[in-house]
Ligand binder design. Sequence first.
Ligand SMILES: [Zn+2]
Length: 142
Amino acid sequence: MQAALSEAEAAARRGEVPVGAILVRDGAVIAAAGNRVEELTDPTAHAEMLALRAATAALGQVRLEDCDLYVTLEPCPMCAAAISLARIRRLYFGAYDPKSGGVEHGARVFDHPTCHHKPESYGGLEEARAAALLRDFFKARR
Ligand SMILES: [Zn+2]
């Protein structure tokens, strides 16, 4: 989660919403990414999506069944669906996102009968730090 927070901080320095994601397999980091929505002019360039794409490319496989994803913020519905499609084993996230989250809030993607893979999901890791990063970022923008 420390590495994911570093990615989030780097995203903030680029003027992106500070969210970072790290993909781990057997204790090794396979992919690390931060939000690049503005930079890539791509509304889908969330940290999780970029980390999943980098990991599948690096490993040459679509399914990441033995991989765990660390994200600083509760994934949105799009990312939660992608995490399910990638067959991620465990999801660890930092801050909860009552406004845009799709795991514990809103769409609750993993709880739907049409969701064919439900990763183990653990929220609230380094929650205070992850939330403070976001709060400071948006405070500075107002
Ligand atoms: Zn997302």
